[in-house]
Design a protein. Structure first.
Length: 401
């Protein structure tokens, strides 16, 4: 991804109705134009569909096609592979707006980036030239298959096995909670091969692969999660991404870091959605002959939402700056952003439900969905506790050095 060449300008305001929030983010003219474009797209095409996506536990092809038609399915990929060639901050703004509209859709978009960024970073030239244009165009949709029923955060102990047999790898095992697996055409599967981790591209029509949909989730209900079973699935050795032994430390970590960056921005967007909904509600709802906005305890919750949403956005923005500048501490900044944004998003959603009272417990109001989705955001791509461990370890290393 590249940085836009135009001179930086101060982006000092974000208008929503007659509400003005000071952001003080340094965005280029192109980034501001893209942000407005993303907002308009989400408001017209995503927000109206989000409730149905959640209730029906499905992601319509028509919604995905609208993103493909805009040229943003391969948002983070270079133009030479058919991507939108977004810099990191623009990509973050895209995830923020999608997250504001529909967390399930943002999760799917994040997973596409997790797979394609891993191939871009660690794939061979042949793999990049063959797979990335198809993935960027939406011809092939993808899924990141690492989690297992007994192995969540402890990815070093994967139970799925891959054995080299001649010119093929034979895969056996199971994966669970795999985002978009119900529709994905290709899976980036992580397994153990003679005690070393490998990452393998497995096509959906591979004999021995079974996909079982998962439903009834707390949140991300439209993300089309599934369980995968591999019964001696055979894939060519050319489908190995990176080298044997690169699977976790390099390929998986690359994908997970990308996912954390996407999730952080998406959580900031979800928090903004909760704030927007709360401001609408307290300006219309009366209790004890006063609008809710006149009650000091309501004002306290709104103040926390505003402050922490802006703080989350700044942490995400800082991470994007570091990635665009190829700074060594970009991964640390991403963990900070993911940790703070997701924790705040869940608190903002809980407060929004509280502000809405009994109405907040109804699917007629989006804050109920936001709260369920926000809880899942604290878990995916490395839980809150994993981020705390990573942040603390980095702090120890910085202190000791």
């Amino acid at each position: 991804m590249k940085r836009w060449a135009n001179k930086n300008v101060k982006y000092t305001e974000m208008k929503r109705g007659n509400i003005l929030f000071i952001q003080n983010l340094e965005l280029t003219n192109q980034q501001m134009e893209k942000q407005e474009e993303f907002k308009a797209f989400v408001d017209s095409e995503i927000v109206p569909a989000a409730g149905h996506i959640d209730q029906e536990e499905n992601m319509p092809d028509s919604v995905l096609q609208k993103i493909i038609d805009k040229g943003n399915w391969g948002a983070a990929l270079p133009a030479k592979y058919g991507g939108a060639d977004m810099d990191y901050i623009t990509y973050g703004l895209w995830n923020e707006e999608i997250g504001r509209g529909c967390a399930s859709l943002r999760n799917i978009i994040g997973v596409q980036g997790m797979v394609t960024s891993s191939i871009l970073r660690w794939g061979s030239q042949e793999q990049k030239q063959y797979w990335l244009p198809k993935m960027s165009s939406g011809e092939l949709k993808v899924s990141f298959a690492i989690t297992e029923s007994q192995i969540g955060s402890d990815i070093k102990n994967l139970q799925t096995k891959a054995q080299r047999v001649g010119t093929e790898y034979v895969i056996s095992g199971q994966k669970k909670w795999i985002t978009f697996a119900q529709k994905a055409d290709v899976f980036l599967v992580f397994a153990q091969c003679d005690g070393q981790a490998v990452a393998l591209l497995v096509e959906r029509n591979t004999p021995g692969l079974t996909v079982r949909p998962i439903s009834g989730l707390v949140g991300f209900r439209g993300s089309l999660l599934a369980e995968l079973s591999f019964e001696e699935c055979r894939v060519p050795v050319d489908n190995l991404v990176g080298k044997v032994g690169f699977g976790l430390a390099l390929v998986a970590n690359n994908g997970l870091t990308h996912g954390r960056y996407s999730t952080a921005w998406g959580a900031a967007g979800l928090a903004q959605a909760c704030l927007n909904a709360s401001l609408d509600y307290i300006n219309e709802r009366k209790q004890f002959d006063h609008y809710l906005k006149e009650h000091q305890l309501i004002q306290q919750m709104i103040a926390d939402m505003v402050t922490n949403t802006i703080a989350a956005r700044h942490l995400c923005f800082r991470a994007g700056q570091l990635w665009d500048n190829n700074e060594v501490n970009a991964t640390f900044a991403t963990s900070l952003a993911k940790y703070f944004s997701t924790v705040h998003a869940f608190k903002a959603a809980k407060d929004a439900v509280q502000i809405h009272g009994a109405n907040g417990c109804s699917s007629e109001y989006p804050v109920e969905r936001h709260m369920r989705d926000a809880k899942v955001m604290e878990i995916v791509e490395g839980s809150t506790q994993i981020q705390q461990v990573l942040i603390a370890q980095d702090a120890f290393n910085m202190f000791n050095n």
